[in-house]
Design a protein around this ligand. Structure first.
Ligand code: SF4
Length: 386
């Protein structure tokens, strides 16, 4: 299987992405959920065919890292046996769906996801890279801050609605029309908003595009739920994954509890039905652990491109970052772990760290050549430029 290097498509399992530590094979759990057997199987596959490290991504997917070209085929066979593989790469790339982890047995969420997955598989829609859907149909919304272009939500009266991302209001729909309306919004976007295989809904609307009358509405979306933290919820135990990456042994331990895992885009997973907080290496179980506020890419020695050990530095600085701030430490300017802005971004270079405030790894630094040990002994350096 050749690794595509073209931009403009979303990497997956069938078309993986090349990284400094080998192929990154992205697995998209159906329904946003892994049963315990799938989770254990995935841990085994990561150990056998990868370097044992598994990412949890901001699209609520898992990534097996360090896979070689020669082991990729065997890994795909293993994923197929676990019912975690789409029939082809195009079907896989269309199935870009975030699901609220706070659904309850008997509500409509899982049926809506299954229906949307099937409709996308049957559709042959040429969706642009990064284009995605969110099923956020609780009485309060939890995915409003996460990337999606078409959203199935509830209105303030509890009815279902479909909203194009970026639009303030959405169209009220009956249960039976939710998925077909979501696909109609996607089709309109393909016809009017895609350029060179790219484009996002909110940008399109902000540029002045008008949804057709039949897809517009006046339904006001339900309120947004306060930020989610690790802890016990009626649906189970929400645990954080330090730096969004865990060794295969941690996933194996989580699956050993016998509970299914619900994926989230927040570097957390919900262990379904669990009534006590699980403990395993690299799990964050305290609601306000400073480690939740730091992002770091693989860094040295895991990535050949890295100029520094990003995670050790991020962990050392985490307690000194303000409660509302976010620190991103990147081993080079690529910014693999976080493409967006952060309150503080440190980019490792051959001559020290560049400091960007309120921007991303691609923005102009306000300080250059910072020394790692100086920052650890005097974290107030990071606040300079305020
Ligand atoms: S950002 Fe980090 S993981 Fe990505 S290439 Fe650079 S050093 Fe490697």
């Amino acid at each position: 299987m050749s690794v595509a290097s073209v931009k403009g498509w979303c990497p997956g399992a069938i078309r993986p992405m090349q990284s400094g530590d080998g192929l990154v094979v992205r697995v998209r759990p159906f329904g946003g959920r892994l049963d315990a057997e799938q989770a254990a199987g995935l841990a085994r596959l990561a150990e056998r065919h990868g370097n044992g490290l598994i990412d949890v991504t901001s699209r609520a997917n898992l990534q097996i890292r360090g896979v070689s070209e020669s082991s990729h085929r065997r890994l795909l066979d293993g994923l197929a046996q676990l019912a975690l593989l789409d029939p082809d790469a195009d079907t896989e790339s269309r199935r870009n769906i975030l699901v609220t982890p706070f659904w309850r047995g008997g509500d409509e969420t899982q049926a809506l996801v299954a229906e949307l997955e099937e409709a996308l598989a049957d559709s042959a829609l040429a969706l642009p890279t990064k284009f995605g859907f969110a099923i956020d149909d609780g009485t309060s919304r939890v995915l409003a801050g996460n990337s999606a272009d078409v959203r199935i939500e509830r209105d303030t009266a509890g009815g279902l609605m479909v909203r194009a991302d970026g639009a303030r209001f959405g169209r009220s729909v009956a249960r039976g029309e939710a998925v077909t309306t979501a696909l109609a919004v996607a089709r309109w976007f393909i016809a009017s908003g895609v350029r060179d295989g790219r484009g996002r809904m909110a940008t399109h609307l902000a540029a002045g595009a008008k949804l057709p009358e039949a897809l517009r509405g006046e339904a006001e979306p339900a309120p947004i739920m306060a930020a989610v933290h690790p802890g016990l919820y009626p649906q189970g135990a929400m645990v954080g994954i330090a730096f969004g990456q865990m060794p295969h042994t941690t996933l194996d331990q989580l699956s050993g509890c016998g509970h299914a895992l619900r994926m989230t885009p927040w570097r957390m997973v919900l262990s379904e039905g669990e009534r006590t907080m699980p403990s395993a290496s690299g799990l964050i179980t305290e609601a306000y652990d400073p480690a939740l506020r730091v992002i770091a890419c693989s860094g040295a020695p895991r990535c050949r491109e890295a100029h520094a050990d990003t995670r050790a530095l991020a962990a050392a600085l985490a307690p000194d970052i303000g409660a509302a701030a976010q620190l991103h430490v990147s081993g080079c300017a690529k910014g693999c772990a976080h493409s967006g802005a952060a309150a503080i971004t440190l980019v490792a270079t051959a001559t020290g760290f560049d400091l960007v405030r309120g921007g991303s790894t691609h923005d102009e630094p306000i300080l250059r050549g910072l020394d790692r040990d100086d920052m650890i002994s005097n974290p107030s350096i990071l606040m300079r430029g305020h």
